[in-house]
Write a protein that binds this ligand. Sequence first.
Ligand code: NAP
Length: 393
Amino acid sequence: MNPSLEAACAQPLSPLARQGVAEFNRGAYFEAHEAFEAAWQAESAPVREMYQALVQAAAVCLHLKRGNLTGARKVLKRCEGHLETLPPRCQGIEIATLHAALLPLVEAARANAAAGRPLTEGLTFPRLAATPPQSFAGKVALVTGSGRGIGRAIALHFARRGADVVVNFFRNRAPAEETADQIRALGRKALVVKANVGEIADLDTLFEATEKAFGGLDILVHNAASGYNRPAMQQKPRGWDWTMNINARSFLFAAQRAAPLMAARGGGAMVAVSSPGSVRVLPEYVVVGASKAALEAITRYLAVELAPQGIVVNAVSPGVVLTDALKHFATFRGNDIIGEVEAATPAGRLVTPEDVAAVVGFLCTPEAAMIRGQVIWIDGGYSLPMRTAQEAS
Ligand SMILES: NC(=O)c1ccc[n+]([C@@H]2O[C@H](COP(=O)([O-])OP(=O)(O)OC[C@H]3O[C@@H](n4cnc5c(N)ncnc54)[C@H](OP(=O)(O)O)[C@@H]3O)[C@@H](O)[C@H]2O)c1
């Protein structure tokens, strides 16, 4: 095994991609290329990009084996394009590391060609190392508001890693059933529960149904949110109550119901989905901002008070994610705010629901056990202060 390549193929790799990894590691680059390409065609972003990087890695090795140095160098150049456009870690694959292993390979082949030696003489072809996936096998996760958007990505993230999932919705049953079908297609159990998390009686229904179906709970993700978006001077008490109850109060009273179920299983994890409006001023966001600030405070209190029961509590705060939620903001209508955010994001792209899901998932692993009561921002660096040289002078 080439020790310089630590490229990690984490779950979820599709069966086709797994086959590709096996072919790659036995040096069957044509077959690996075919398998990765089929996996690539079957997937959507960001998994798709990951598989594309693997297609190219297989192509580089295949060209070299066939004595086509020009072809290998061309594909490697395309991989370099990936380095610029993709995050260094894309769904478990270290693209930068993969590239770092291919570059010396092609260089060595070039040196062989220049010296008139056979192209592949003395070359050590890289291998793809599969790391043990984050596993939630045997766990039960409840994700509020998981029919659509970020909540759906979080629910699927847990299901892909072995958890059974409670899918909660409020108004839209059809997408919630779709999420559940996708979970079942992954071989996991799914329970769909309609509940307005802003209503205490509905929270009772949600947790009773969870206990009845699964006998307990290990993970609670409070993702559901709603809000009255309008300027501060136009807000009404009803909008305040509605927003606070769904976004903030719900987490406290959901936690009261979740904690005993988790404690009975030796502990668990809770993650709340907040937003940058908790500390920043966003247009028409006053009540949602206040509710998210309250949510973050509740997170800290729960982290301390539930620690003796082995329950880890944290929050995440995503940047702009393209979901239906943005339709409710006048700012996003008719303006290229998305383009502006993208351009001002050091990571070079918008945050995806899967990015958020990956961090939420991590916060529920034993590796994250020493992170408590924190709000982790997931915004590609958008909120970091950046000034041009001109502005700074
Ligand atoms: N999108 C962003 O840019 C962004 C940025 C920062 C933070 N966030 C946060 O990320 C979370 C998810 O946002 P999203 O963009 O995925 O939103 P979304 O696409 O609008 O989805 C909202 C989800 O919450 C559910 N929901 C709403 N009210 C509910 C209630 N009272 N009880 C139960 N479920 C309810 C909805 O269910 P129904 O379909 O049944 O209505 C839906 O599944 C929210 O906490 C949001 O504040 C989003």
